[in-house]
Design a protein around this ligand. Structure first.
Ligand code: IPM
Ligand code: MG
Length: 358
C-alpha cells in the first residue's frame, strides 16, 4: 500500500491532479498495487479555508506519506497578501525545505508526436532528451532577505545568494549518479565569471569530477547555456545548476518538449518525494477544462520510478502518453491543424484507457 498525499492547490491544480490519479489507479489495477490517497489543503485554497497557505496539518500528512502529488499553487487573488502568506513563499518553498527536497529533476523529452507543437524548428529539437537537475533548497530563494530605507527617501532591497560546499557537493554527486545511468555527460551551469557562489560551485564540481572519470564534465555560464539550449539542445545530457538558474532554464527548456504543459518534475532527497508539474496554476484558463494534464500525469510516472522504485509501471504511463500523442489528441496548448482537440478530462481518460489496454 503506497500512501500518497494529494495537494491539488489552486487554479488548474484542481483539474489536473485527478487526471494523474486516474493514471496511477490504472497502473494499480493493472499491476496490483494499492494506494491510500489523503487529500490536503495548500496554497491560496488553504489560506482561504484556514488562514495559512501551508497548514501544519498538511505538512503532517505529507510527512506521514510515501510521496506527495501536488497540482499548482497561487493566483492573482493572493498576490497582494503579506509575503509570508503568499502561496509561493508561504507554502511551496517551506514545503520543499521541510521535506529536505534538495534535488529537483526536470526531464525534457520530446515526444515524437509533438515535433510541430514547439515554436522551435524541428531539426533543432528532434531527438532532445535531457534532464535538468536543479538545486532546490538553497541559493537566492532561501537566502536572507531585507528591506531598508535609504536617506534619499527610497529603499534598498537585498536577497542573499549563498551556497556551502556541503550543499553543492550533495547536488553535484546526485547529478553524477544520474549521469552515470544516462549518456554520462554532465554540464554544470554557473556564473563563475561574476559570482563568488558560482566560483565555489565550479571549484567543487572540478574537484568531484575526478571521482567520476566515466562521466564527461563540462562547465557553462548560465547566459551561454540559455542560448545553447535553443541553439543546439542535443548537446546536453544532464545539466546541474543552482536554484534560480534552474528555475529560469527549465521554463526555457520546456519549449523543447512542445509546451510547458509537458514538463514534469520530481523533487527528492528527503524521506518523502514531491511530484508536481513544472508549470504554475494558470489562472487565465482555470476552471475551463483547457489545462494539459500530461505534465502532472508524467510527474506521477516519476513518483512510481523515484519514490516506489516501480520502473516498468512508470514506463506504462510514459508509453501511454506517447501513444495518445501519436494518436493525435491534443489539449489547446498543443493544438495544431489535423489533430483532435480534447479537454483536460478527456485527455486523462485517453491515457487511462491506453494504460489499461496495453
Ligand atoms: C517552479 C516555480 C516555483 C519556483 C514558484 C511557483 C515559486 O516557478 O517550480 O519552477 O520558482 O521554484
Ligand atoms: Mg519555475
Amino acid at each position: 500500500m503506497y500512501r500518497i498525499a494529494v495537494l491539488p492547490g489552486d487554479g488548474i491544480g484542481v483539474e489536473i491532479v485527478p487526471e494523474a490519479i486516474k493514471a496511477l489507479m490504472a497502473v494499480g489495477k493493472k499491476c496490483s498495487h494499492q494506494y491510500l490517497f489523503t487529500e490536503a489543503l495548500i496554497g491560496g485554497a488553504a489560506y482561504d479555508a484556514v488562514g495559512h497557505p501551508l497548514p501544519e496539518a498538511t505538512l503532517e500528512i505529507c510527512r506521514q506519506s510515501d510521496a506527495v502529488l501536488l497540482g499548482a499553487i497561487g493566483g492573482p487573488k493572493w498576490d497582494d497578501l503579506p509575503v509570508h502568506l503568499r502561496p509561493e513563499v508561504g507554502a511551496l518553498l517551506p514545503l520543499r525545505k521541510e521535506l529536505g527536497l534538495y534535488a529537483n529533476l526536470r526531464p525534457c523529452i520530446l515526444f515524437p508526436g509533438l515535433l510541430q507543437a514547439s515554436t522551435l524548428k524541428e531539426e533543432i529539437i528532434t531527438g532532445v532528451d535531457l534532464i535538468v537537475i536543479r538545486e532546490l533548497t538553497g541559493g537566492l530563494y532561501f537566502g536572507e532577505k531585507s528591506r531598508e530605507k535609504t536617506p534619499d527617501g527610497g529603499e534598498k532591497a537585498t536577497d542573499i545568494l549563498s551556497y556551502s560546499t556541503y550543499e553543492i557537493e550533495r547536488i553535484v554527486r546526485f547529478a553524477y549518479n544520474v549521469a552515470r545511468k544516462r549518456h554520462r555527460k554532465l554540464c554544470s551551469v554557473d556564473k563563475a565569471n561574476v559570482l563568488e557562489s558560482s566560483r565555489l560551485w565550479r571549484e567543487t564540481v572540478t574537484r568531484l569530477a575526478s571521482e567520476y572519470p566515466e562521466v564527461e564534465t563540462t562547465h557553462m555560464y548560465v547566459d551561454n547555456c540559455s542560448m545553447q539550449l535553443i541553439r543546439n539542445p542535443r548537446q546536453f545530457d544532464v545539466i546541474v545548476t543552482e536554484n534560480m538558474f534552474g528555475d529560469i532554464l527549465t521554463d526555457e527548456a520546456s519549449m523543447l518538449t512542445g509546451s510547458i504543459g509537458m514538463l514534469p518534475s520530481a523533487s527528492i532527497g528527503g524521506q518523502v518525494g514531491l511530484y508536481e508539474p513544472s508549470h504554475g496554476s494558470a489562472p487565465d484558463i482555470a476552471g475551463q477544462k483547457k489545462a494539459n494534464p500530461l505534465a502532472t500525469i508524467l510527474s506521477a510516472a516519476m513518483m512510481l520510478r523515484y519514490s516506489f522504485d516501480l520502473e516498468s509501471e512508470a514506463r506504462l504511463i510514459e508509453a501511454a502518453v506517447r501513444q495518445v500523442m501519436e494518436d493525435g489528441y491534443r489539449t489547446p496548448d498543443l493544438m495544431e491543424e489535423g489533430k483532435t482537440l480534447v479537454d483536460t478530462v478527456q485527455m486523462g481518460d485517453l491515457v487511462q484507457e491506453v494504460i489499461l489496454k496495453n
